[in-house]
Ligand binder design. Structure first.
Ligand code: 8IG
Length: 267
């Protein structure tokens, strides 16, 4: 992505506002692996288009990831964007492309973003299908979407206020630290052990970089992982397959839909 990132996000935001949200967005949901099936019922549809039709977005390359942009009016009368798909760092090591979604919804007026993902879980008490609130992250990509003297505070990157609201909807939601690896390969068991020693409870490939960009853009962030597989080596003998990830999402769809609808009611 060579054009100025802020101008490109502004162009996408202008199109969104003109077509579907003249008074601006209030919030946005980015639905990752396993979550896209849960997009229905978040609100009354206002309009939608393929993500790739908006300036600066490209088609998601991953099977099991959707690629739609949708605007809905929630039950509480708020205007929400739903992105069923995202650009991952591993696609072309382009952090600007990774940040484009959150920058766009911020430019379109959103003040809150719910970032969801599928992740490997390091805790045996979190079987596949368990949603987990992200309390903090380890950015192990060696990359950042920020350039220049942009000293963004990440002390409360994952809003304690929004985590409290989420627990009001789903009191049993556990919390954990999300470590983002660059991918696309899954971790080795040794890398998972390393992440555990460093304090990680979840391993993934998307959300830390997006959160950094979202905080720079002034968005309040709620992060939720769906554990779709035990992280490599945490179950003896098990190997990782993308099909299992897709299946865990399909199996959890009803519970995730209820969680998202509940969140839409309080955010
Ligand atoms: I879904 O086990 C999903 N995404 N890094 N490791 C990493 N990303 C993931 C995993 C996993 N499962």
């Amino acid at each position: 992505m060579s054009a100025d990132p802020r101008r490109l996000a502004g162009a996408a935001a202008a199109m969104i506002n003109q077509r579907w949200a003249p008074d601006g967005l209030d919030l946005a949901f980015v639905l990752g692996s396993g979550w896209a099936n849960a997009a229905d019922e978040l609100g009354e549809p206002v309009g939608d288009c393929p993500l790739a039709d908006l300036p600066g977005f490209t088609k998601p390359a991953v099977p099991g990831h959707g690629g739609q942009f949708r605007v809905v009016r929630t039950a509480t009368g708020r205007t929400a964007a739903i992105l069923t798909g995202r650009t991952h760092y591993y696609e072309s090591r382009d952090v600007t492309a990774v940040a484009h979604g959150v920058r766009t919804v911020a430019a379109a007026g959103a003040t809150t973003v719910v970032l969801t993902n599928g992740a490997g879980g390091l805790r045996s008490e979190w079987p596949p299908g368990t949603p987990v609130l992200i309390s903090d992250h380890l950015n192990l990509t060696g990359a950042s979407p920020l350039v220049g003297p942009t000293f963004v505070d990440l002390t409360e990157a994952y809003s304690p206020r929004l985590r409290d609201l989420a627990r009001r909807v789903a009191p049993a939601l556990p919390e954990g630290v999300y470590a983002q690896f660059p991918g696309p390969q899954y971790e080795t068991p040794a890398e998972v052990r390393m992440a555990g020693v460093l304090g990680a409870d979840l391993v993934g490939m998307s959300t830390a970089l997006e959160t950094i960009a979202a905080r720079e853009a002034g968005l309040e962030v709620l992060g939720i992982s769906l554990v779709t597989n035990p992280a490599a080596g945490t179950l003896t003998g098990a190997t990782l397959a993308h099909d299992d990830v897709v299946r865990a999402g399909a199996d959890a769809a009803d519970a995730l839909r209820a969680l998202l609808v509940g969140l839409a009611g309080v955010l």
